[in-house]
Design a protein around this ligand. Sequence first.
Ligand SMILES: *Cc1c(COP(=O)(O)O)cnc(C)c1O
Length: 356
Amino acid sequence: MKKHNFYAGPSILPQYTIDESIAAMKDFAGTGLSILEVSHRSKEFDAVMAETEALFKDLLNVPQEYRVIFVGGGASTQFFTVPYNLLQTRAAYLNTGEWATKAIEEAEIFGEVVVVASSKNKNFTYIPRDFTIPTDVDYFHFTSNNTIYGTEIREDFDSPVTLVSDMSSDILSRPVDVSKYGLIYGGAQKNLGPAGVTFVILKESILGKVERRIPTMVDYRTHIKKNSLFNTPPVAAVYSCLMTLRWLKNLGGVEVMEKINIAKSSLLYETIESSKFFRPTIPNPQDRSRMNVCFVLKDEYKDLEKPFLEFASGRGMVGIKGHRSVGGFRASLYNALPLESVQALVDCMKEFEAAN
Ligand SMILES: *Cc1c(COP(=O)(O)O)cnc(C)c1O
């Protein structure tokens, strides 16, 4: 049976990425060696690292004076690496979910945190709009896509201070005006590649302004200076990321990707909206994520949760159980997920409705 992979992360990758990664596991760049066993100091891997940064910059239209570095530790390590490097006295954060909350907790270790707005009062089911970014802070941080709750901020804020964003789960899903940001980071395992590598897009001029000493490995300047080869990077994971970037370039880039993502998410949201059994968890259509579509059964049909999950899994749907803090269902529609998989899920929901 064909499987439709709706996992929230690690998650579906393009078939091209899988095929090329398998090929490189056997013979990387004609070296006769596996990508698993080549030196990160080899000229062949040097070329991989250089192309990965260049293609990333090309696809997101990253300005000249920015760098893209690849490090370990996941987005969670960035929660403290960002304040380590940037927070001198105080920083402002927008609290839109669990990941944002975790980022706030880590920043509090380094200085004062001003939470400009929070949607915690309604279990993070909306994006707060009524706030201003203070001018007396070192930076303003927000999470562009709230993977767990299914909300998304697609606005590149005009910020009076350095703008920082966790874009783990919607990077490269749409165009972003990178020039408005000082720093963008994320784990690769949602839209880019396998787990184990983290990207950081940053403008060098935001660095060097804090007084504390920074350990070498968490100092962004280390990785900038050494082109992400200061220590051993996750070689195979970086290679797979490059394959996804090539796939995206070949598809036509982020503008084309965005159109496809709009088509996929609209199809699913419209189906949920018009359904007898289901309802979306995010009331305002403007706040809804294109990447993680969260929905639940209406109160009067709550006992159909388990039967629907079983029905769906019998039709090849994988990973649609909602996160424990939301319940219900979550379908992650990352870049690599084809429209056919969304159609299959929609058909499955309709079939289930007809049968019950
Ligand atoms: C998955 C996710 C994280 C955590 O990433 P790790 O790489 O597991 O540390 C952080 N923020 C967002 C928005 C995520 O989706």
